[in-house]
Design a protein around this ligand. Sequence first.
Ligand code: ASP
Ligand code: MG
Length: 415
Amino acid sequence: MALIVQKYGGSSVGSLDRIHQVADKIIQAKEAGHDVVVVVSAMYGETDRLIRLANALTQQPEAREFDMLIATGEQVSMALLSMALNAKQCAARSFTGHQVGIHTDGVHTNARILEVKTDIIQRELNKGNVVIVAGFQGVNAHGDITTLGRGGSDTTAVAIATAVKAHECQIYTDVAGVYTTDPHLVPEASLLPQISFEEMLEMASLGAKVLQMRSVELASKYNMPIRVLSSFADGPGTLVTFEDKIMVKRLVSGIAFSREEAILSLSGIPPHLGMEGRILSKIGDMHIEIDMIAQNMTGEDAVDFTFTVSRREFTKALKAVEELAEELHATSIKTNSKVAKISLVGIGMRSHTGVASTMFKALGDAGINIQMITTSEIKISVVIDEIHLETGVRAIHRAFELDKLPASSEQLFIE
Ligand code: ASP
Ligand code: MG
């Protein structure tokens, strides 16, 4: 018997049929003797529909009213789910974020949770009820409804799990868990039994959109294990947890990638003190976010400065680079707006050598030229031509035998 928080995403509550199935899953957990708090997203596509409505009405909807509108999707699904449970003789009660006491800061459409009250949730659990809470929303100090940014129901679930000291926070979605890489690109990708918070944050920041980043940050801060699992099929899913709890030691855990990158390079700059700061502040002033940076001496008196940006910033970045080339007397500019980034992530890199060489050799053998490299303690990223992305990810996946992951040696999943 344990207290668990379950979150069901938009596709899991996407139709009345699906809501019935979710109700059955919750009843299973109840019958196993657990107390259950459920967080729901809006029904699939509903938040998008509400956003379209607002934008069709006015170009600049007031932030307060916008939140008032887009928070309604979750209220629909929580009430329907509660009705479905009650109809199946399982006592349930639904609550908005405001009602249970999810207090946030005042940043409409991207608010942060400051505090979660537990008295109402506890009172309802004591009565034996399943407590259903609307995800993605809270209330600010003025009593106005706020929302937590797209995908924010994950963060609601982790915040509630932490506040009520749940055994684990289960995030039900439409995939079986977290994979070694995108299975659409690499069909042999395997399901990870476990992944560390740190690795998950790297994967999430690199575009693996299973969980909202903030939810992983919060879980990591309060040591709340998250289990990502499918509401469509049975299975243990992926446990996101602390490194020391990970039993299955792996060299690397996954490959994340992003397609929409661009690379820009200033060549032959006569070196002088402080020029890197000048380059970066100019780019920063234009509100362009830089991802990777490399600088190297190409001769006695020449330096190349290269960086990458997201492709939608390319035109802006090119303008900055053209002005900088003049100011700094660079001899030429090189750009490529059709590059992609592949990142290999794994905590095993900390204690093992040879990971980078295996990765680079795999790319070389596949005939792929690496245009830029950056590394951190648990990640190696390379920039390559976008047309080689698929081949590159597959080659690296094969080189590390990520299709043959050992199964989890322990079952933390509470039955
Ligand atoms: N319904 C919100 C969204 O679509 C929040 C969520 O689903 O997590 O972004
Ligand atoms: Mg989501």
